[in-house]
Design a protein around this ligand. Structure first.
Ligand SMILES: Cc1cc2nc3c(=O)[nH]c(=O)nc-3n(C[C@H](O)[C@H](O)[C@H](O)COP(=O)(O)O)c2cc1C
Length: 445
């Protein structure tokens, strides 16, 4: 009874309050819905003391901020932009790994990523295969599989970007989910299985970009100063690698790679035969002595039959797995030397699960492991291959690079250039200037 009385008193109180306008804006919303002629909501007039103060403070802040930013040089501003990208990392971390990846590629394709305006220190510049790299740090294959974002990614300050793997015929790849994060270990397991839009879609895209890059090169050469390291490949600033794969159902692997050469080599500063993905059945067998020899001969033949201008055909590299025995490595080194291969990429992802990831249940997912736990395995292989090839073939060190020190260790192990993927996926654009800065510092010491 007492409860009923008190609830009636409370209801009456609320009713009177609403009727008398005691709840301010609430009254206007409700009455506005009923009568269109209701008076407008009460606003803080600009002429009031509070309003004037607020407007004045906002304008003052804007002017002061603008004046400060205008005094900041381009390099500092660029540094701010790169650092600011770290703010979106927690948001990306909340998304499914493949969705986050798609978003990142779209952002880079639309130019929604910072552009590196600070020239690379000349100490980082180098010439490989007759091409000038402004720095030796590249983006590994698999990030931009369909060449959607080459300009945006090169603009982040990578010395080179490798697109692909591209298969002749479009294919979906393995069912999703197929990319798994091992965040604490700084690693990823993927079993993408060469999801690719195919060589024609990629050729079309690269054809359009090719024209644009040529224009960019023309305008940049006219304004570049003498002591600046001139960088760029055949089609413009920045070096572009094209990584070729084979279709899952294809019986003739060599024919697939040859198709890739015919359609894409004209756009590439270098080509890669990828025979090391663990997610395409039988692919890794192509690393065997005889298979590799036959394959490389056919692909080299196809490339050399094409008509090339003054700069000649693009160099041909082979990307190998980190799970090879000493004998496998000896075979690959022998084939590479005998056929004068232009380079090797060491390495792709591993099917092994090092101790550092075993306690994570995600480690049980099948696929190739990349990132920090791959560093030692791939760097040791790099060292061995450098010795086996007697330093005669440029090697690209890839696997587990997460800092400038790591990049430098790869160079010390025998790499001419380095590439990364996983740590870039975790840290985003801010990692690139960071790696280059530490690398040039360690290099200089
Ligand atoms: C999600 C994902 C997809 C990849 N796809 C390809 C690919 O299509 N072709 C290829 O040669 N390597 C591919 N890789 C391997 C990377 O290019 C690189 O060799 C490997 O991840 C080791 O470098 P990291 O430890 O810096 O990531 C892929 C790696 C990841 C994580």
């Amino acid at each position: 009874m007492a409860v009923r009385v008190s609830s009636k008193i409370w209801r009456d109180y609320l009713y009177n309050k609403v009727k008398s306008g005691g709840f301010g804006a609430t009254r206007h919303w409700s009455s506005a819905a009923q009568t269109p002629t209701a008076p407008p909501p009460k606003k803080i007039p600009h002429s009031s003391k509070k309003g004037r103060l607020f407007t004045g403070a906002a304008i003052g802040l804007l002017i002061a901020g603008g004046a400060y930013v205008s005094t900041v040089d381009e390099a500092t501003f660029c540094g701010w932009l790169f650092s600011a990208t770290k703010l979106v990392n927690p948001f990306f971390a909340l998304l499914d790994a493949e969705v986050a990846h798609r978003l990142a590629v779209s952002a880079a394709a639309r130019g929604l990523v910072p552009r590196e305006k600070r020239p690379d220190p000349s100490i980082l510049g180098l010439e490989v295969w007759g091409r000038k790299f402004s720095n030796p740090v590249g983006l590994a294959a698999g990030f931009d599989k369909n060449a959607e974002a080459v300009e945006g990614l090169l603009g982040l300050g990578f010395g080179f970007v490798e697109v692909g793997s591209v298969t002749p015929v479009p294919q979906e790849g393995n069912p999703k989910p197929r990319i798994f994060r091992l965040r604490h270990e700084g690693a990823i397991i993927n079993r993408c299985g060469f999801n690719s839009e195919g060589i024609f879609a990629v050729a079309k895209r690269l054809g359009i970009q090719h024209g644009k890059r040529k224009l960019a090169e023309t305008s940049s050469t006219s304004s570049s100063s003498k002591d600046e390291v001139k960088h760029g490949g055949k089609a413009g600033p920045g070096i572009l690698g094209v990584n070729l794969g084979k279709n899952k159902t294809s019986e003739d692997a060599a024919a697939d790679y040859v198709q890739g050469v015919h359609s894409l080599s004209q756009y590439a500063d270098y080509l890669v035969i990828n025979v090391s993905s663990p997610n395409t059945p039988g692919l890794r067998k192509l690393q065997g002595r005889k298979q590799l020899k036959d394959l490389v001969k056919k692909v080299q033949g196809a490339r050399d039959e094409m008509q090339w201008g003054e700069e000649g055909p693009p160099p041909l590299l082979v990307k190998i797995a980190p799970d090879l025995s000493k004998e496998d490595l000896e075979d690959i080194a022998a084939v590479s030397l005998a056929l004068r291969l232009d380079g090797l990429i060491i390495s792709n992802t591993t099917i092994s699960r090092p101790d550092s990831v075993r306690q994570n249940p995600v480690a049980e997912e099948s696929g190739g492991l990349s990132g920090k736990p791959l560093f030692n395995l791939s760097t040791n292989m790099l060292k061995e291959m450098y010795v086996l090839t007697r330093g005669r073939i440029p090697l690209i060190g890839c696997g587990g690079i997460s800092s400038g020190e790591d990049a430098y260790k790869k160079i010390r192990a025998g790499a001419t250039l380095v590439q990364l993927y996983t740590q870039f996926a975790y840290e985003g654009p801010a990692l690139i200037p960071q790696i280059k800065m530490t690398f040039s510092f360690v290099h200089y010491l």
